[in-house]
Design a protein around this ligand. Sequence first.
Ligand SMILES: NC(=O)C1=CN([C@@H]2O[C@H](COP(=O)(O)OP(=O)(O)OC[C@H]3O[C@@H](n4cnc5c(N)ncnc54)[C@H](OP(=O)(O)O)[C@@H]3O)[C@@H](O)[C@H]2O)C=CC1
Ligand SMILES: CCCCCCC/C=C/C=O
Length: 329
Amino acid sequence: MVIAKAWALKKHFDGFPKTSDFDLKKIELPNLKDGELLLESVFLSVDPYMRPYSRRDMKEGDIMIGTQVARVVESKNPAFTVGAFVVAGRGWRTHFISDGKDLQLLPSNWPESLPVSLALGTVGMPGLTAYFGLLEVCKMKPGETVLVNAAAGAVGSVVGQLAKIGGCKVVGCAGSDDKVAYLKKIGFDEAFNYKTVKSLDEALHKASPDGYDCFFDNVGGEFASVAINQMKKYGRIAVCGAISQYNDSVPQKGPYVQLPMIFKELRMEGFLVTQWNSRREEGLQALLKWVMEGKVKCHEQVTEGFENMPMAFIGMLKGENLGKAVVKV
Ligand SMILES: NC(=O)C1=CN([C@@H]2O[C@H](COP(=O)(O)OP(=O)(O)OC[C@H]3O[C@@H](n4cnc5c(N)ncnc54)[C@H](OP(=O)(O)O)[C@@H]3O)[C@@H](O)[C@H]2O)C=CC1
Ligand SMILES: CCCCCCC/C=C/C=O
């Protein structure tokens, strides 16, 4: 008999999540029926969306939402062999049973040399967010200037590198000098620490005196309010995330966007990566190719131990991660 461990939301987050908001549970799994398989999580993802989605989709006592790379340990389903790796969205659990319908096998050409954890990051949902956000929302063109914030994270680091592949100038902002050094190492043209610059407005102007054609916004709030005024005419803003607002108990108030939107004739579009679920394979293959060619570099912040999931999640929200934050069970 298998006893799974799982992290539940004990108490809805009030402001910044605390370790006491989580509860570690043990769940006894039944024997497999025909058509079912038993899986063990190998890597679990901690993502910013878990913070706003917990309030929207979860009640206290529910298992935390999330995705994992899992290995098939027992199979009564001929479509899945023991030892195969899949991506699943079964929340913060060490083990689970599935009928296979909710599982995605890793691409069949996944190289053995490539860590399977990347299926949660650069060659997974965050990489796809960068890919479709840049191509379909920003509609970047060669020669343009792209701005991205939270640039050293899972989505932002891919945005910058894809924009370089697309022939753009890239400016990135991140919250530490080490992150800024990393951005320069992976090819960003300009990068600065938004926490230490005297004036965000001046730093953005210095990095691109002519302004920005595309702004891939992962942060929202104050940053976005300043950056919108530095957009070029006909600029495009992809509203990907608003992490600076996820922990607010009281919603922040404007400045309001209408004047720059009108006079610069900007386009601003919010999006969810799930919009392109039908093009998932196209995106994954493109990302996999660039990673294998060394054109897109990956960094992961790996926290060891399932018991440390809440800490890894809280650490990521605080900015402790360089690249994709994952937990190794
Ligand atoms: N629309 C969609 O479909 C999707 C949206 N997203 C969004 O993209 C964004 C990035 O996600 P992801 O790459 O997974 O996460 P990251 O790996 O970038 O981790 C989050 C980072 O956000 C930064 N951050 C935290 N608080 C603040 C703040 N108050 N102001 C500025 N930066 C802050 C920190 O970096 P730093 O040290 O630089 O401050 C932290 O490392 C999030 O907003 C997320 O919700 C992600 C996936 C899909
Ligand atoms: C269970 C996987 C859900 C993935 C959706 C990600 C959308 C993210 C939005 C903001 O961060």
